[in-house]
Design a protein around this ligand. Structure first.
Ligand code: CTP
Ligand code: ZN
Length: 152
């Protein structure tokens, strides 16, 4: 949508999800952890956009896609400042502010190669022991980690 000769505004979407207020350096990480490289419908990606509140921000608009709670938890772990906006028929149906979960089930891998969750087919479980920077602890081997590796 062009508003005048100098300004180009990212268009609104009819149906889908907007992920707004993403720190600019996290946009492509979000694309990757949500597996959006393989998504076949339209995605609008903005990054390094000026935001009064956040300095530089990123935004993703994913048409005809609504995310599961596991996917929303992944977004919260990477960028808790983001807002998830559910769009239906061009209207904002819901705005969700994110919260880092207190427990993380299944979606993250333990970095300890000897952990039972890496040796046998056991679903992982972690407690979030610190929010900023995020630090999680494995229920099984008690290893704490700041590097979060998501399961595919
Ligand atoms: N949006 C969209 N398509 C729509 C409606 C909204 O892509 N049909 C996007 C807007 O571009 C905006 C976000 O969803 O990035 C939130 O929309 P809205 O609440 O209308 O905007 P603001 O009031 O500017 O939200 P905030 O102050 O939270 O940034
Ligand atoms: Zn472990």
């Amino acid at each position: 949508m062009t508003t005048n000769n100098k300004e180009l505004v990212v268009e609104k979407i009819d149906n889908g999800t907007v992920i707004d207020h993403i720190p600019a350096d996290k946009v492509f990480k979000i694309v990757r952890i949500l597996g959006l490289e393989a998504y076949e419908d339209e995605i609008l990606i903005g990054t390094n956009l000026c935001s009064k509140k956040y300095g530089k921000k990123g935004i993703l608009k994913i048409k005809n896609k609504y995310f599961s709670q596991d996917e929303i938890d992944k977004i919260a772990i990477i960028c808790p400042t983001a807002t998830i906006i559910i769009i239906k028929n061009y209207e904002v149906e819901q705005k969700k502010h994110l919260e880092i979960p207190k427990h993380i089930h299944k979606i993250v891998k333990c970095i300890n190669p000897n952990c039972i969750t890496n040796v046998e087919e056991i679903e992982t479980n972690f407690d979030v022991v610190n929010n900023d920077p995020i630090q999680i602890q494995c229920h099984y081997c008690e290893k704490t980690m700041e590097e979060i590796i998501f399961n595919e």
